[in-house]
Design a protein around this ligand. Structure first.
Ligand code: ZN
Ligand code: ZN
Length: 145
């Protein structure tokens, strides 16, 4: 077994997850492709590597990963769930043309610690996203802006 796989095994074990072959493959896909894929994309990619894998296995694995805070789920358009291996609080950019979701480095004025919170709620997570046209699509010659 190579070191990357060993690493993944240790990450899964440290979260109390039994590192089965399928779980390792799904985790590595998410780690190496930080594209915030939805279940359909993950399923399509996984069947290339494991032709026998079922959608249920993928759902169950992703739910387990979410329960153990290994991945977070985000829903930008409200009707599909996208999976993110970056569980640190961060914002996203959604391209309305190519529909890609990428992480965006923006310092949020509503930081968890320096929060001026007029309502006295305890805020534990901050999710923000920005919508627009990504740099790849902006430089595409055919785009009618
Ligand atoms: Zn784009
Ligand atoms: Zn992200």
């Amino acid at each position: 077994m190579n070191t990357a796989v060993n690493n993944t095994k240790n990450i899964l074990l440290s979260k109390g997850i039994t590192p089965t072959f399928q779980r390792i493959v799904i985790y590595e896909f998410l780690d190496q492709n930080r594209i915030h894929p939805n279940v359909d994309t993950i399923f399509a990619m996984m069947t290339k590597q494991i032709p026998t894998i079922s959608r249920t296995t993928i759902y169950n694995t992703l739910n387990l990963f979410m329960e153990k805070n290994l991945v977070s789920g985000l829903s930008l358009n409200g009707n599909e769930m996208n999976f993110d291996i970056n569980t640190h609080p961060h914002h996203h950019f959604y391209c309305t043309i190519c529909k890609k979701i990428t992480d965006i480095e923006i310092t949020c004025p509503i930081g968890k610690n320096k929060l001026k919170n007029p309502s006295n709620h305890l805020i534990q997570e901050v999710h923000g996203y920005f919508k627009g046209i990504c740099k790849d699509c902006l430089s595409a010659p055919s785009l009618d802006k």
